[in-house]
Write a new protein. Sequence first.
Length: 300
Amino acid sequence: MRGRNRPVWEEDPNPAGLVVKALVLVAIVAAVLFPLYTIVLTSFSSQTDVTRAGGLVTVPGTLSLAAYEQILSGGIVTRATLVSIGVTAVGTALSTVVSILAAYGMSRPGSLWHRPILFVFLVTMFFGAGMIPTYLLVSNLGLIDSYWSLILPTAVSAFNVLILRSFFMGIDREILDAARVDGASDWLILGRIVLPMSKAAIAVVALFYGVGYWNAFFNAMLYINDNAKWPLQLVLRSYVLQGVTLPGSGTGQVDVDDGAVTGLPVKMAVLVLAVIPVLLVYPFVQRHFTKGVILGAIKG
């Protein structure tokens, strides 16, 4: 019998097609998970196992938490993790709130100057001020070596604002007009009607901002001179990719020449630490991801 959810014009799959599809999906999943498996396993391995494997470990040997104990013992990696968590939390909240307000204002046909402001947003998607003018602006504002330099220069994404604007414009005008007839203000309409109906789009935009802040390192390279204020991604770039010995103090120093656990296990532990937050957050918002992006793109 034809599947209930299959369109009438689409033929039922034959057994050979199902087998090929299953093999292709298994191959894709293996290609994605195997590198992650080797990275995690190497981070839990001893230096002896790494030396025996000649690099990344694929067969479990002696498992140990020594690499994680070393990088989380109060040195620069611990501080960088806290910096990244703080910047991501504050930046995501600020960017999401500002984007919601901007998108709602530009989605209302009667709002003041909403078309010129929308044009400005569109222009910024294609033309930027450049690195040097941006650096001079941040410097003149006194934000060098400030955590705000990691947030404010990228606080608003025109793309995310346009996604929210399109979604807000797709909400039935009759609902909003009925709320105004009942005496509701714009703030009440936004908080009680628009936001509850836009959870999918807001979740997607918040995910975009959160992942962007967590993975960002270039602003830290430009504006942060004090390595105690480095985010985790800059530590990851300097230590794992460039092989730089990270400064620290006492036992918290991550040095490839000191300690029982050195080299590759420590590098892979830093890498795992940088990947885990995204892997933990994404499953909670992935069910909104497709719906939010598609509806936000085509509505209005």
